[in-house]
Design a protein around this ligand. Structure first.
Ligand SMILES: Cc1cc2nc3c(=O)[nH]c(=O)nc-3n(C[C@H](O)[C@H](O)[C@H](O)COP(=O)(O)OP(=O)(O)OC[C@H]3O[C@@H](n4cnc5c(N)ncnc54)[C@H](O)[C@@H]3O)c2cc1C
Length: 440
C-alpha cells in the first residue's frame, strides 16, 4: 500500500481493545491491506457479559468471514419472549420480521466468541497482542503515539490512526473527558450462570431469550451452548446498593423470587459461576471522532441491554468506522466529512433503540409488548427492531413511526384514565372526610 506504515510508524492503525468491535474493524482493515496492531489488555479466553446476539449480527460475521466459526460455537436463537405479569408470555419470532434480516441469531459464551474473533483477526494478518494495555495516547500533526504496558514492560507504539474499541473502559472518552453519564436512565446489573434452568414450555429447544419485568427492573434468561443458562437482573442502582452486607447468592435468589415466572424456571437450578455485579452504566461520549481517532462500540456509548443490542452495535459501528479510517488514510482531506456522516448515522440507530428502551417499563409499553396487534404490520416492524434492523430499512422505519403514534395515543388515553381515577379517589376521600366530620 502506498506510503503505508513506513517509519516512523509501527503500523497504520492502532486498535485499542480486542473485543467484538476491535476484532471486527481490525480484520476488515487488514483485509483492505492496512497494517493493524490490535492491543488487548487481558488474555483470551476471558469472561465477558453480553451473550445474546441479534439477527442483524449475522451479515457482519459473514462479511468478516467468521460466520461458520460462530455457528460452531453458538446456540441457535429464534426469537424473544416478553412475559406478562400473570406469568404467561408473548413470543416475538425473528422469522416474522420485515425485510431481509436472517430469521435467527446465536447465544454465545462470550469468552469463546471473543477469543474466536481475536484469533480470526490474527489469522487475517493483524498484529494482535494480549496482556498489552494502552495507557494513554498523544496526537500530533502526523499521527498518534500510544504509551503501552505489556505485563509491566512499558514502551510506545506509533500509528497513523487510532481506533478506540476499549469498551466500557472508554480509554479516549476518559482521557479527553467526553463521557456523559445518563442521569435519567441509570441501571446496574447482577448475573450468573446456572445449570438446570427450565425452558419455557413452548420452546423445548431453549432457542429463545426471555425478558421478564419485575418491580425493580427486568431479568434475562439466555440459554447458552453448553446447556447452562445466563440469568441476570438489571435494576435501578439504588436497589442493588441494598445488598450491602448480604450474601450475593442470597441477594440474587431473593431478587429472582420476585420476578414473575422465574420461580418455575429456577426451581431445579444450581449456580455454576459466581454472582457478578456491574455498576451504573448508561453513558455516551459527546464526540465519536476527531483528527486521527474514532470510537467504536461501547467506547462511544452504552445503552441498557434489554434488547441485546450491544454486540451488534459494536460490530456495526466497527463496520461503518472501517470506511472512515480507510477513507481518511487514503484522502486525509475527507476525514471530517466521513466522520460527520459516521456520527450522524450511528446516532440515528442508537436513538431508535433508545426510544424503546427508555419507555420499556412504562405501562403503555408493557401493554403493547404483552399483547401486540399486527395492525399495518406494526408488530412486524417491532420484531425487525428486535432483530437489529434499525438503520436503513425504510419499511421498518415507517412501521416504527406508526408504533410511536400508537404509543402516543395510548399514553394519552392512559393519562386521562389515570387523571379520572385520581379525581375519583380524591372525591371519595373528600366525601369520607366530610362524613367523618359530620355531627352524629
Ligand atoms: C449486564 C449486561 C448485559 C448485556 N447483555 C448483552 C446481550 O445480551 N447482548 C449483547 O449484544 N450485548 C449485551 N451487553 C453489551 C455488551 O456486553 C457490549 O455492548 C459489547 O461487549 C461491546 O463490545 P465492544 O467490543 O465495544 O467492547 P468490549 O466487549 O467490552 O471489548 C473491549 C475490550 O477492550 C479491552 N480494553 C479495555 N481497555 C483497554 C486498554 N486500555 N487497552 C487495551 N485493551 C483494553 C477490554 O479488556 C475488552 O476486551 C450487555 C452488557 C451488560 C453490562
Amino acid at each position: 500500500m502506498d506510503g503505508s506504515a513506513k517509519p516512523p510508524f509501527d503500523c497504520d492503525v492502532l486498535v485499542a481493545g480486542g473485543g467484538p468491535g476491535g476484532s471486527t474493524i481490525s480484520t476488515l482493515l487488514a483485509r483492505r491491506g492496512w497494517r493493524v496492531a490490535m492491543l488487548e489488555k487481558s488474555r483470551h479466553p476471558r469472561f465477558h457479559i453480553g451473550e445474546s446476539l441479534l439477527p442483524a449480527n449475522i451479515p457482519l460475521f459473514e462479511e468478516i468471514g467468521a460466520l461458520e466459526k460462530l455457528r460452531a460455537l453458538g446456540r441457535l436463537k429464534l426469537g424473544a419472549d416478553f412475559p406478562r405479569d400473570d406469568g404467561s408470555y408473548y413470543t416475538f419470532r425473528f422469522d416474522r420480521a420485515l425485510g431481509d434480516t436472517p430469521p435467527y441469531a446465536f447465544q454465545v459464551k462470550r469468552e469463546d466468541m471473543d477469543q474466536m474473533l481475536f484469533e480470526h483477526a490474527r489469522a487475517n494478518g493483524v498484529d494482535a497482542r494480549e496482556e498489552t494495555a494502552v495507557q494513554r495516547v498523544e496526537f500530533d500533526a502526523a499521527g498518534v503515539t500510544a504509551h503501552i504496558d505489556a505485563g509491566g514492560a512499558k514502551s510506545t507504539l506509533r500509528a497513523r490512526y487510532l481506533v478506540d474499541a476499549s469498551g466500557r473502559d472508554t480509554l479516549l472518552g476518559k482521557q479527553l473527558k467526553l463521557v456523559e453519564r445518563s442521569a435519567a436512565h441509570q441501571s446496574a446489573a447482577m448475573f450468573a450462570h446456572y445449570r438446570g434452568v427450565a425452558w419455557n414450555p413452548d420452546d423445548p429447544g431453549g432457542n429463545i431469550i426471555s425478558v421478564n419485568r419485575f418491580a425493580h427492573g427486568w431479568a434475562w434468561f439466555i440459554p447458552l451452548p453448553d446447556g447452562t443458562t445466563s440469568v441476570g437482573c438489571v435494576c435501578k442502582p439504588g436497589y442493588l446498593k441494598t445488598r450491602q452486607g448480604a450474601n450475593h447468592d442470597d441477594f440474587m435468589a431473593s431478587t429472582l423470587a420476585i420476578v414473575p415466572g422465574a420461580g418455575r424456571r429456577m426451581a431445579g437450578a444450581e449456580r455454576v459461576t459466581p454472582v457478578r455485579f456491574t455498576g451504573n452504566y448508561s453513558y455516551a461520549c459527546r464526540r465519536m471522532a476527531g483528527p486521527r481517532w474514532i470510537l467504536v462500540g461501547d467506547a462511544w456509548a452504552f445503552l441498557d441491554p434489554v434488547f441485546s443490542s450491544g454486540v451488534f452495535l459494536s460490530m456495526y459501528s466497527a463496520r461503518r468506522a472501517l470506511d472512515v479510517v480507510d477513507g481518511a488514510l487514503r484522502e486525509p482531506a475527507r476525514e471530517a466529512h466521513l466522520q460527520n456522516r459516521y456520527a450522524k448515522h450511528l446516532r440515528q440507530g442508537y436513538a431508535r433503540f433508545a426510544w424503546f428502551i427508555y419507555r420499556f417499563n412504562s405501562p403503555v409499553m408493557k401493554a403493547l409488548f404483552a399483547d401486540p396487534r399486527n395492525v399495518m404490520q406494526v408488530e412486524q416492524g417491532v420484531i425487525s427492531m428486535l432483530a437489529g434492523d434499525v438503520f436503513d430499512n425504510r419499511q421498518v422505519l415507517s412501521k416504527l413511526r406508526v408504533f410511536k403514534t400508537i404509543y402516543a395515543i395510548a399514553s394519552l388515553i392512559n393519562l386521562r384514565r389515570w387523571a379520572a381515577d385520581r379525581f375519583d379517589r380524591h372525591r371519595q376521600n373528600r366525601m369520607r372526610v366530610a362524613a367523618d366530620a359530620a355531627p352524629e
